[in-house]
Ligand binder design. Structure first.
Ligand SMILES: [Zn+2]
Length: 316
């Protein structure tokens, strides 16, 4: 009975953990933990810890000297945990480093070690591209496939929902520039699940969905002689607002109606607030501009600016 209780307790601790657990990581054998005297404690993991915008990361990789022989495989992952909601930037990075430093692994001679020597190379979130293990050298991301490979982790769980927003555009730029710099074929992008039973980088993510987006980024990058990233330097909203700013009125951004206008993706206020009463009910009203736009020649594709901005990145 006592043994059974102890087993359950240990099982529960492993599942729930007194500390936070992260990610799926590489496949770790499910075997009993050896006595502590039999475990070789590894030195602290060295990480980079910087966060970069997509532009900064592109410039960084452009001049990076990768160790030879050059990597031949680029792997895409999702963290599963942490999610974008629980992501706290640098403190999450440090918590993951601490977590990896406690992981057990067995070397080829059957000796137990505590603490990985390296982890994934990049964690990509809405707040930027986080540099983890040195991109010049091999890291740890997929059991049996860590040699001459590089590993990018999208922060979040993409088993049910597609990646989107800044996290996705950062991911596409990072995969694009690494692929380009290493001279790899983006059609051969690896998913962790290619070599594992895990769903990583998430069941919702399919190669025919993401590879064309990376290809488009690479095409734009190659097309741009300056080698600058593929993002436009100015958005449609900025260009339009600049052109018509003489027709808009200034608003107090903290006002309820002004905030609601921004939330609804409206372009700006055309009038100041005005008071009116109808059937004894008093209102404050303000007229806002909503822009409609259509690509020249494609007259059936009219959309509002808000709809335009919410479209997924263009795929060829
Ligand atoms: Zn993975």
């Amino acid at each position: 009975m006592e043994i059974w209780k102890a087993f359950l307790k240990g099982f529960a601790e492993n599942l729930l953990g007194s500390e936070e657990t992260f990610g799926h990581g590489p496949d770790v054998p499910m075997v009993a933990r050896p006595a502590s005297g039999e475990i070789i404690k590894e030195p602290a993991m060295e990480i980079d810890g910087r966060v970069m915008t997509a532009d900064e990361f592109v410039s960084y990789v452009e001049t990076l000297e990768f160790a030879r022989p050059l990597p031949t495989k680029l792997f895409l992952h999702h963290t599963w945990k942490p999610t974008l909601e629980t992501w706290r930037g640098k403190s999450t990075i440090l918590a993951m480093k601490a977590y990896y430093e406690k992981q057990l692994w067995v070397d080829s001679q059957g000796r137990w070690h505590e603490g990985w020597n390296a982890g994934p190379h990049l964690f990509v979130a809405d707040d930027g591209i986080w540099l983890f293990s040195d991109l010049r050298y091999d890291g740890v991301g997929a059991a049996g496939h860590n040699e001459r490979s590089r590993h990018l982790e999208m922060v979040g769980d993409y088993d049910e929902v597609l990646p989107s927003g800044a996290m996705l555009s950062n991911t596409i730029a990072a995969l694009g520039i690494i692929n380009e710099r290493l001279g790899l074929d983006i059609n051969k992008l690896y998913f962790h699940r290619d070599v594992s039973t895990k769903t990583c980088p998430g069941t919702a993510v399919r190669k025919e969905w993401i590879i064309p987006q990376i290809k488009a980024w690479i095409d734009a990058y190659r097309h741009d002689e300056g080698g600058a990233p593929a993002q436009p330097s100015i958005t449609v909203r900025e260009a339009l607002t600049r052109q018509i700013q003489g027709q808009l009125v200034g608003v107090n951004p903290a006002a309820a109606l002004a905030k609601a206008g921004v939330a609804r993706g409206l372009l700006g206020a055309l009038t100041h607030e005005t008071r009116l009463a109808v059937d004894g009910q008093r209102y404050i009203a303000q007229v806002f501009a909503e822009a409609l736009l259509v690509p020249e020649g494609d007259w059936d594709s009219v959309m509002s600016l808000d709809e335009f901005e919410k479209m997924p990145p263009e795929t060829p």
